[in-house]
Design a binder for this molecule. Sequence first.
Ligand SMILES: [Zn+2]
Length: 423
Amino acid sequence: MDGKRTTVRDMRRRNRSVLLSKLYFDGPLSRFELGQATGLSAASVSNLTGELVEEGLVVEAGSVDSDGGRPRILLRVSPGYGHVVGVDVGETRVRVELFDLSMAALPAKADLPFDSPLPTPEQAVEHILSGLATVTAGAGVNPAALLGVGIGVSGTVEQGAQVLVHAQTLGWDAVPLEAMVRAGTDAAIYVDNGATVLGQAEMWFGAGRGARHAVIVLVGSGVGAAVVTHGQSYRGATSGAGEWGHTTIVHGGRRCRCGAQGHLEAYVGAGAVLDRYRAARGGHPVPGLDEESALAALIAAADHSAPAAKVLDETADYLGTGIADLINLFNPEKIVLAGWAGLALGARLLPRIRQAAAAQALRRPYAQTSIELCELGSDAVAYGAATLPIARLLREGGMRAAAPLTAPVTRRGTVPPLAAEPA
Ligand SMILES: [Zn+2]
């Protein structure tokens, strides 16, 4: 291939990506404002936005008066340009949701519970494909015309020529989930860790907005974290970073689902909290039909039951201690507590969690951070997963070409680094 042509094309893609990202996160904006914000020349802005408008990716959105001059036309990304699907592969069910390009949810949703406590990859794939068919048919969207399907799963997701899921607690070992799903649909498939996709969504649209360095902590049945540094998700050598739930909080402590002892998840994961409550009740079962209702019952009981209050206080101490480790390791501007159990516990325990973190963290990094509850609700993994195909679209400036899936997570209002303009 001609090297110079590639360079010019790459530069065009980069500049389109810069403009598209700016419009996506901060639009509507005029061409003048786009030029000011991106440093691209008026000619480049005019030329490239012209292309984007022609392709239907960007549309006009009214106009504003300029000082004495002609009114300026505003541009924004067209929500109707295409649809994305987000899938949350949980331990008890698969949830599938459909969104337009602005991440507005369409009413079509599918919730498919698993029959067994430890779903096999084949059962998960069957549920994903069946949910995909349900939501696209329900909204009258052609599955082949989707911008993509994002899937959030628990465990480590190794990105590479083949995407492999290692979910030790489910017994999934090097599962080629992306290839398995792709065999049953024409849509582009993106797979990533549930905490990572939730983190991306909180950084784009939720409590992480405006931060460059943040940790999004996910507490549900499992426990994980998405570490964002310089606006990018920290992944490690094979995308295994962020397994905060499997860091040790008590040497030789409670047995974790992964087999090791004393991991944080064995103390603050929903199942572990309920186990500790059961033990505090002398082995009497905890009321509630599932983990969610049982945890709600425990929180409600804490007002009048000393054992319940003690279990919750200890949970806050463990969580705060684990968060202090994150503060000392990563010096984030924000810690966002997310996940259904994180929200339920945090609503009551946030002051005590902050107290415990303050006691264990170094003073300076603790003073520079804030610990907040997430803003996107208790069940935002499907929502977060749907941002995966959108991130790809923004990165490529709406042009089709291969780019590594593990490229930067841009935060709201940030755009990829500027490229020099073609001569
Ligand atoms: Zn563990």
